[in-house]
Design a protein around this ligand. Structure first.
Ligand SMILES: [Zn+2]
Length: 325
């Protein structure tokens, strides 16, 4: 089995039907459907997914199963162990604490529960806390920022912050203050940008000091932005199947992975929402081999890029490089 890394993976997008059943049983939750086939339909989008909405609807059930400390903790453990069985040697699992407060948990309870799950999985992994784009959740984002500051460690826990959600509706340019504070606190961060919105969103994220860009697939729309990424060595977290399904890229034969590599921009390949997309990191690399003729050397470079860009210590990176050689 190959060794892989995944730097861009959402916890609530990673549930398999088997995990959903286990989490429902653990919390005495009755699932809306009982057979595996219908459960899979609820959790995954069809390959010919037409809209971002049908994609986003798939997050409803997973989130319902992660509203208690026991449920969230077990989700992290299950997802971690599942990734380990697929050849992952390192993963950064991200989630938005503010989406786990529908019942009694506070954002901090959610962070603590996820940290316990992280301790219980055998996978080498770290957590990224997501702030959410949206209306009226400024306080919640501030709280996520403060929690990231409080729980931040160099490795083995919360290692960075992110901004996720509807980029097309809530542009990156609205979040300058949030990241100004994150920068002042010394928090490393990645920002979802250049997915539903164009290259100007990537430019804003870079100007706000993002160390990495979630997706950034639309960076090619502006040569200046491409130059910025190259000059600053900012890593793009590309997620091919996700980009196809949400129509961030309409013509996948023109997927810019190799172009970005050729132009000296550090890129990585990731899954985004493996449960919802019914994908794995192995499938993503296979997809790129079939679609673009990705060579073993290029594949290795992409994995080394992921090691370089990981939010972890030099010591862990050295160990990961050894495992890849
Ligand atoms: Zn994402």
């Amino acid at each position: 089995m190959h060794s892989y890394l995944d730097l861009h993976l959402h916890l609530d997008g990673a549930l398999t039907p088997a995990m959903a059943k286990e989490l429902a049983a653990l919390q005495n939750i009755t699932l809306p459907v009982s057979n595996d086939e219908s459960l899979k339909k609820l959790l995954t989008v069809s390959p010919d997914c037409e809209s971002l909405n049908s994609f986003l609807e798939c997050f409803a059930l997973p989130l319902l199963l992660m509203q208690t400390p026991a449920g969230l903790r077990e989700t992290v453990r299950l997802v971690g162990d599942h990734l380990l069985s697929q050849g992952l040697i390192y993963a950064e699992i991200r989630f938005a604490p503010q989406l786990h407060t529908a019942l009694d948990m506070t954002q901090e309870d959610a962070v603590k529960a996820a940290l316990k799950g992280l301790e219980e999985t055998a996978l080498k992994a770290n957590l990224i806390l997501c702030c959410m784009r949206g209306q009226g959740n400024e306080k919640a984002n501030e709280e996520t920022l403060e929690l990231t500051r409080r729980y931040l460690v160099p490795d083995g826990g919360v290692v960075a912050m992110d901004l996720a959600g509807a980029e097309g509706l809530f542009p990156t340019s609205r979040y300058g203050n949030l990241f100004e504070k994150a920068r002042a606190y010394g928090i490393p961060y990645t920002i979802h940008a250049g997915e539903a919105d164009g290259a100007q969103s990537v430019r804003a994220a870079v100007e706000y000091g993002a160390a990495r860009i979630g997706h950034g697939v639309r960076s090619r729309e502006d040569p200046e932005v491409m130059e910025m990424l190259k000059e600053k060595g900012i890593t793009l977290e590309l997620c091919p199947t996700s980009n196809r399904m949400t129509h961030a890229v309409e013509d996948m034969t023109d997927y810019p992975l190799l172009r970005y590599m050729d132009e000296g921009i550090p890129v990585t390949v990731n899954t985004d929402d493996p449960g919802i997309e019914d994908t794995t990191i192995e499938k993503e690399f296979h997809y790129m081999r079939e679609l673009l003729g990705l060579t073993p050397e290029q594949e290795r470079q992409l994995l080394l890029n992921a090691v370089d860009a990981a939010f972890t210590t030099d010591e862990v990176k050295d160990s990961l490089r050894r495992q890849l050689s």
